[in-house]
Design a protein around this ligand. Structure first.
Ligand code: CP3
Length: 348
């Protein structure tokens, strides 16, 4: 694979020294950008935007035109897999995603098949190839999927912002059935990521957004084990990142999934995380997204404090602890990126 012109992100993922700290932002394509809102209007809906490769490619390119970001991320959603399984995905304004046919019984689980990434999910591969072609090797392209556990929470609950009552009930009463569901999802995610890599993704990331509602042995069995299985199936063909939201208390176990990097939420102390797993994994994160609302000087100071706390070691990729929110002024993001590049160049 050709080395991208800007390979800071790949070097940091390998824990090699870089000229500046690389930065990209979760949800860098999204509603805080007026050009995204316009594109979504044109597409008619978020799902139509995702399903039309030309639109999806355009959405991913928008932040790249505005900012000197060190990576592009494919524009899609983690819920494409359950959608391809036939659960009937919808997005309602204000309430987030929901499924018409949630998974609630052993029969529902048995009926699920592994989607063929070249059939039902073909539009995602097309978006990845288009984006890779347009990026033309300037920066790495990140492909992604949800973790089996996080996908299962949406599939079983049927909607976002639930209290997780159904999935916790399944975990307590029928853990074997939950294992079956997670195993189908692990196979689906592995095939899906493999297809994205073949279509041009040079890094892949698994979003485990809801692993944090579990802890101890449950977290290892239901959230991390299926991720480990995906890592084993993929092998280290490209660098692999796991966003371990809420997993800060078990970072050693997260690092044992075999990933090259761990994405951290804003509750984790970056220095403590580096001391715990920094010899085995690179770390991505973890500025509190709320700090983007502060005035420019406070935002810049917060970015510097985060980098100083990490210390003068390779293996840090700057990002937020969670996705950028729609209320953010796009100029604030320009400031943040500028400060990360400026300060890390001075202190390199
Ligand atoms: O980062 C990027 O720029 C790439 C695109 C991306 C989206 N979703 C686009 C999106 C990525 C990487 C995701 C991942 C995703 N999707 C996650 C994991 C990360 C996380 O946030 O924890 C999850 C849990 C989802 C499921 C999902 N999709 C939810 C809960 C929502 C509603 C959230 C909201 O803010 O309303 C979505 C919708 C969604 N996915 C939007 C975007 C740009 C907003 C859609 C719109 O109204 O235009």
């Amino acid at each position: 694979m050709a080395v991208p012109e800007n390979d800071r992100f790949l070097r940091a993922l390998r824990r090699q020294p870089t000229d500046r700290t690389p930065i990209w932002i979760m949800r860098q394509a999204g509603r805080y950008l007026p050009e995204y809102r316009e594109l979504r209007e044109k597409a008619g809906s978020f799902l139509n935007l995702c399903r039309t490769p030309e639109y999806a490619c355009e959405a991913a390119l928008q932040p790249m035109r505005r900012y000197p970001l060190d990576a592009a991320i494919v524009f899609s959603d983690i819920l494409t897999i359950p959608d391809a399984m036939g659960l009937g995905l919808g997005f309602s304004e204000g309430a987030g995603p929901h499924f018409e046919r949630p998974v609630r019984s052993a029969a529902d689980i048995k009926a699920l098949g592994v989607p063929d990434p070249h059939q039902e999910l073909r539009y995602v591969n097309e978006a990845v190839s288009l984006l890779s072609r347009e990026i033309g090797g300037r920066v790495p392209v990140i492909g992604f999927a949800g973790s089996p556990w996080t996908l299962a929470t949406y599939m079983v609950e049927g909607r976002s912002r639930s209290d997780f009552g159904h999935i916790i009930e399944l975990l307590r009463s029928e853990p074997g059935q939950l294992d079956d569901l997670l195993s189908i999802l692990a196979d689906s995610v592995a095939l899906y990521l493999e297809a994205q890599i073949n279509a041009g993704a040079t890094v892949v990331m698994i979003f485990d957004s809801w692993g944090g509602i579990l802890d101890g042995e449950d977290y290892v069995r239901f959230s991390l084990q299926p991720v480990k299985r995906i890592m084993e199936k993929l092998g280290p063909v490209v660098p692999r990142i796991i966003f371990a939201r809420g997993g800060g208390g078990q970072l050693t176990e997260v690092s044992e999934t075999g990933c090259e990097a761990i994405g951290l939420d804003e509750t984790v102390n970056l220095r403590a995380a580096r001391e715990e797993v920094g010899q085995t994994c690179a770390l991505q994160g973890n500025l509190d997204p709320a700090l983007l609302c502060e005035d420019e000087e406070d935002l810049r100071a917060a970015a510097r404090a985060l980098m100083e706390n990490y210390g003068p070691y390779p293996g840090h990729i700057f990002n937020l602890g969670h996705g950028i929110t729609p209320d953010i002024d796009p100029d604030q993001l320009a400031c943040l990126i500028d400060e990360v590049h400026r300060f890390s160049a001075v202190s390199a």
